[in-house]
Design a binder for this molecule. Structure first.
Ligand code: AMP
Length: 173
């Protein structure tokens, strides 16, 4: 079962990057060829008939899953990046963090008009990042088919912030 595989291959590092955070480290999944392939194959099966034109990945771990999945789906890949990294015209969104703010951006011409987009990131916690990403995709004229996460920290109710369908594989407290 895919959840079992994720449980076995993703490790938790306590107090990284700061005290009190249980950091979900996906590098131990990525360096396992069989696990990485099984995960991408699972996501491919879920989305292959959904007419996905683009997979949009959130910097930076969303790029890894997103680009592998885009390749499998024969879809384009679009990066959603931290402010100041994208070279062309962008739209941006500021969102609240636990302490302070962050800002993400997308190129204004990232998608053809009315495209179907799958948003992906490794993990949803408070949902602030993904909620901002969904707004950006809509702002540049595309439809969000679903927001997909490998891991969901359910106790934070992040999915309630997302203005789109939400799917996650491994649900944990
Ligand atoms: P949030 O906006 O609170 O949903 O945070 C989601 C973003 O922060 C994602 O891009 C995650 O990669 C990262 N993140 C938040 N919490 C964790 C965690 N416990 N372990 C690993 N990554 C995390």
């Amino acid at each position: 079962m895919i959840e079992e595989l994720l449980k076995q291959t993703i490790r938790t590092i306590p107090n990284f990057p700061k005290e009190g955070i249980m950091f979900k480290d996906i590098t131990t999944l990525l360096n396992n060829p069989s696990a990485f392939k099984q995960l991408i194959d699972f996501l491919y099966e879920r989305y292959k008939d959904k007419n996905i034109d683009y997979v949009a990945g959130i910097e930076s771990r969303g790029f890894i899953f997103g680009s592998a999945l885009a390749y499998a789906l024969n879809a384009g890949f679009v990066p959603i990046r931290k402010k100041g990294k994208l070279p062309y015209k962008t739209v941006s969104k500021r969102y609240e963090l636990e302490y302070g703010y962050d800002e993400i951006e997308i190129h204004v011409d990232a998608f053809r008009p009315n495209s179907n987009v799958l948003l992906i990131d490794d993990l949803i916690a408070t949902g602030g990042t993904a909620a901002a990403a969904v707004e950006l995709i809509k702002e540049v004229g595309a439809n969000v088919v679903e927001a997909c996460f490998i891991i969901e920290l359910t106790c934070l109710n992040g999915r309630d912030k997302i203005n789109a369908e939400v799917f996650s594989i491994l649900k944990t407290e």
